[in-house]
Write a protein that binds this ligand. Structure first.
Ligand code: 5GP
Length: 192
């Protein structure tokens, strides 16, 4: 998505050779008009599929998925919880996700009420790096016996192993921008 690549070049900040910070439109401040364009593009990529629900993970996925939902007929958005909460149902699907950015494993949960057998689920998230968050979300969908239609990612870091891990599991992956490398502060996009 050309507009996204331009936005990353204009507003993104690089940290070392592997982290891209997009706090001013995606991860902290939210550019709603731009997120709407992202939502439209996800719809275009998955227009051949019936989607009953969108699944994402807190926190950054929530805004992206919510705005995208409006382009899929305002289907419900469910977000997997990372933060321990007393209010969460006891009856949950649960999986473990290792975060390379935080250097620790955490538990991710969704109430069994909100993922149901045979529903068609689209997973949406902000970044794909080593694929652990995406595989965790796939695991939650598999536990519920719903169908994982595909995974939509805003920014994929193509130099990490996420895509390979998902494709070997037969997952359809659509990333709106793919970074091939970050070298000395310069971002190189994959030519599609
Ligand atoms: P994965 O599980 O694919 O290794 O990492 C995915 C998660 O890590 C994303 O949801 C995002 O929160 C975080 N992440 C990984 N790499 C980056 C990065 O370069 N920039 C930002 N902003 N987040 C990242």
């Amino acid at each position: 998505m050309r507009a996204l690549e331009e936005k990353i070049l204009k507003d993104g900040r690089v940290s070392g050779n592997d982290i891209l910070k997009v706090d001013n439109f995606l991860n902290h401040q939210l550019d709603i008009a731009f997120l709407n364009e992202i939502g439209k593009e996800f719809k275009e990529r998955f227009k051949d599929k019936k989607i009953d629900k969108i699944l994402t993970i807190e926190a950054s996925g929530i805004a992206i998925a919510s705005i995208a939902s409006q382009h899929f007929g305002s289907v419900p958005v469910v977000f997997a919880k990372k933060v321990e909460s007393k209010n969460l149902d006891k009856d949950v699907y649960e999986t473990k996700v290792y975060s390379f950015t935080k250097g620790k494993e955490y538990s991710v949960k969704v109430s069994k009420k909100y993922l149901n057998k045979d529903e068609n689920i689209l997973v949406i998230d902000d970044f794909l790096a080593n694929g652990r968050a995406a595989i965790g979300l796939k695991d939650l969908v598999d536990q519920s016996e719903a169908n994982l239609v595909g995974i939509g990612i805003v920014i994929e870091k193509g130099f990490q192993e996420g895509r390979e891990l998902l494709e070997t599991r037969g997952v359809r992956l659509e990333s709106l921008a793919i970074l091939d490398s970050i070298e000395n502060g310069k971002i190189n996009f994959r030519q599609l």
